[in-house]
Design a protein around this ligand. Sequence first.
Ligand code: COA
Length: 201
Amino acid sequence: MFTVIRADQAQAEAKADARAQMADIFADGFTQWLGYFSKDRSIIAQAFAHMFVLDQFYLAMSDGQVAAMAACTDGKATSVRLDARLLRKHLGLLKGSLAAFFLKKEFEGLLDNPDGDACSIEFVGTALPFRGQGAASHLLGHIVRHTSYRTYLIEEVADTNTPAMKLYQKLGFQEYKRKALPEKLARKNGIHHLVSLKYVK
Ligand SMILES: CC(C)(COP(=O)(O)OP(=O)(O)OC[C@H]1O[C@@H](n2cnc3c(N)ncnc32)[C@H](O)[C@@H]1OP(=O)(O)O)[C@@H](O)C(=O)NCCC(=O)NCCS
């Protein structure tokens, strides 16, 4: 049902703009964490569409539609690159500037991978109409099978994100690190720990 391609090769296969579809997936999956900047998923989609570094992303396609996406990056490049000017254009001067400053640190952290044998899986998301149909499982399974890394890392998954935690555990990822959030923040957003997982081939 799904075929997997790299996002920089998707244009020919995607019926609509692949980047725009990735932005929609990002907005549907991640607006809940970005509420300070905008609660409007279409504004989030427009503001962040520019950031995807396409050759770092894989897409699960179904009939020309992007069903799911995930980046796999080995530390030579970041999977996203934020442009402060575009963030300010869509989020306004203050929130755009804050997004550029704070999210840069969070989104553009480079994997420390001196041996080159690890890859960081990032920005995993499935389009709403395709959720629960195996798209993300298929995509991540493909990435693990068709790339030659030894270790696959997924950093800082919210412990409350049951679909993501179950997905990763089902694929054989195991927790290797757990970071407690400050009590005040945990009370506010319900997330107590950020869990890091890894899969070793
Ligand atoms: C997490 C996410 C990528 C899962 O994508 P998906 O394509 O729906 O996942 P799959 O259909 O491949 O499901 C695989 C497994 O995940 C678990 N799962 C998926 N959706 C679930 C849900 N709503 N509730 C509980 N478990 C769920 C199940 O164990 C499922 O296996 P099963 O079908 O054999 O029970 C999707 O829910 C999403 O985009 N969430 C928002 C973005 C996000 O949180 N990304 C992860 C950031 S770390």
